[in-house]
Write a protein that binds this ligand. Structure first.
Ligand SMILES: NC(=O)c1ccc[n+]([C@@H]2O[C@H](COP(=O)([O-])OP(=O)(O)OC[C@H]3O[C@@H](n4cnc5c(N)ncnc54)[C@H](OP(=O)(O)O)[C@@H]3O)[C@@H](O)[C@H]2O)c1
Length: 258
């Protein structure tokens, strides 16, 4: 049921819910008997949730334009279910885009000559600043006695120690910035929201709009479905220890060096 009213029941929040991976996460959450309410948040009016999921899970969709004020407003609404947030997924992330009225096309840089400050700024905004604004505003919403996992979709290319190939300057650097912001947030959450476990999750190359232009060179068997990745993410949740430390995990649940 798509509803406007938040209920005080065990809830999962999916931010950037139009993402291919987010959609598959929602499918997993619908099957999770511990989750009674799903809150999807997107810049799009439509939630992409069919409503035909055959159980009585409460579904609330909120529209957010990702400005600081809009994120604060959504989190203000979420504060009515403080104590009931079990899982939060932050899926925002861009790698390329087409020409629009507001922005010229973005594509990952292969060489220094392709660096463009506007594109770089746009990717930093979507990939690092927007997730950080969510972590900022969620701090007072998630802190409670209820354990809560915040999974932020990162990428292995954001690992500084794993950078052997180069290229993709803006995407790589924005994900590295995201990882640093997560580690730093975990240190503050350790004082202010000890019940929260923060993970930076690398899904592997997944068949979504984001990876479409780059799928040709993916080795056989290494292009995952979003459904597979969402299942793997849920599995990693089962092994987590609530130790107030941020972890960088891949789709196998293996640690990636920062
Ligand atoms: N697919 C892969 O191979 C792969 C690999 C490694 C990491 N990842 C990461 O996984 C996450 C999900 O990606 P996906 O593959 O599911 O891609 P996708 O389907 O293209 O989803 C794009 C995501 O970015 C959000 N978004 C779009 N424009 C934005 C903007 N201007 N500011 C902030 N957020 C914006 C969308 O939210 P709305 O619902 O609001 O539009 C949506 O959550 C991303 O963080 C991505 O970097 C993906």
């Amino acid at each position: 049921m798509n509803n406007l009213v938040l209920k005080p029941v065990n809830s999962a929040v999916i931010i950037g819910s139009s993402s291919g991976i987010a959609n598959a996460i929602v499918d997993e959450l619908i099957e999770d008997v511990d989750i009674e309410q799903i809150i999807t948040i997107s810049q799009n009016e439509n939630s992409n949730l069919s409503g035909n999921h055959g159980n009585d899970i409460n579904h609330v969709h909120k529209v957010c334009n990702y400005s600081a004020q809009s994120i604060a407003n959504v989190c203000q609404d979420l504060s009515s279910i403080k104590g009931y947030l079990v899982k939060v997924f932050i899926c925002n992330g861009r790698l390329h885009s087409v020409n629009t009225e507001d922005e010229t096309a973005i594509s990952p840089e292969k060489r220094l000559e392709e660096i463009n400050p506007e594109s770089m700024q746009a990717l930093f905004h979507s990939n690092a600043i927007v997730p950080m604004l969510w972590l900022q505003q969620l701090a007072t919403v998630v802190n409670s006695k209820q354990n809560c996992v915040i999974s932020v979709l990162s990428a292995r290319v954001g690992s500084i120690s794993d950078n052997h190939l180069g290229g993709w300057y803006s995407y790589r650097a924005s994900k590295a910035a995201l990882n640093m912001l997560l580690k730093t947030t975990a240190i503050e959450y350790a004082r202010r929201a000890k019940n929260v476990k923060l993970i930076a999750f690398h899904p592997g190359t997944t068949d979504t709009e984001l990876s479409k232009p780059f799928q040709a060179n993916v080795p056989e068997g290494k292009l995952f479905t979003a459904g597979f990745v969402a299942k793997q993410l849920m599995k990693t949740h089962q092994q987590l220890v609530f130790d107030c430390k941020a972890e960088f995990l891949d789709w196998q649940g293996k640690t990636i060096n920062w």
